[in-house]
Write a protein that binds this ligand. Structure first.
Ligand code: SF4
Length: 198
């Protein structure tokens, strides 16, 4: 796909496996076929939710998602699964992926603990370079997420930008950049030519 040609090449040069799909439905069908009979953890992700992947995969896998069941138990269980799914807050055309987290389970699980990690990313997450990817994660994704969660942070009022707040409700507690797949396990980037997630 022309839109993803540059980022795909750069991700592959960094060692990631990459697949791409025109629609979220096609990507969901692919993942539903690839993941079978496994234990599966989900990170907090509007992309995964929009795609209905929890419902699809739960029919033939054991899936843990803190958005669907008791959060703390699900977060812990999801950290020790064979497969992990998440999105990212931004993907640089140059091949880096940026994620911000509050509880830490999502960024931790993209780094360690699973045989296979799928990062499912809509076209709206693309940024021109690393600095713009960080900017997007901090000024678009995080404020919108804070607003969605009803947090009492300055960014949640208008979701217009990050104010680097000192609020007890701050959702940005850590930021992780994925440069290459971790040494243990495999990471596949699933690119989708639709707007998905924040
Ligand atoms: S640091 Fe605070 S103001 Fe900035 S995006 Fe995160 S929660 Fe919002």
């Amino acid at each position: 796909m022309e839109k993803f040609a540059t980022v795909r090449k750069n991700l592959e040069d960094h060692g990631f496996t990459v697949s791409e799909f025109a629609t979220a439905a096609e990507a969901a069908a692919y993942l539903n076929g690839a993941i079978d009979g496994k234990t599966v953890g989900f990170g907090g992700s509007g992309t995964l939710q929009t795609m209905g992947l929890y419902e699809l995969l739960s029919a033939h896998n054991t899936v843990y998602w803190h958005w669907k069941t008791e959060p703390n138990a699900a977060r812990r269980a999801a950290m020790d699964t064979q497969v992990y799914l998440s999105s990212v807050n931004a993907l640089a055309e140059t091949g880096e992926m940026v994620n911000i987290d509050g509880a830490g389970n999502r960024v931790a699980s993209t780094l360690f603990g699973h045989d296979m990690v799928y990062l499912v990313i809509g076209r709206n997450k693309l940024a021109e370079d690393y600095d713009k990817a960080v900017w997007r994660a901090r000024n678009i994704a995080a404020p919108h997420r804070a607003q969605q969660m009803g947090k009492k942070t300055p960014c949640a009022i208008k979701a217009d930008r990050c104010y680097n707040c000192k609020s007890p409700d701050r959702v940005c507690r850590a930021m992780v950049t994925l440069w290459e797949p971790m040494m243990i396990g495999k990471t596949e980037v699933v690119l989708i030519d639709e707007d998905l997630g924040l």
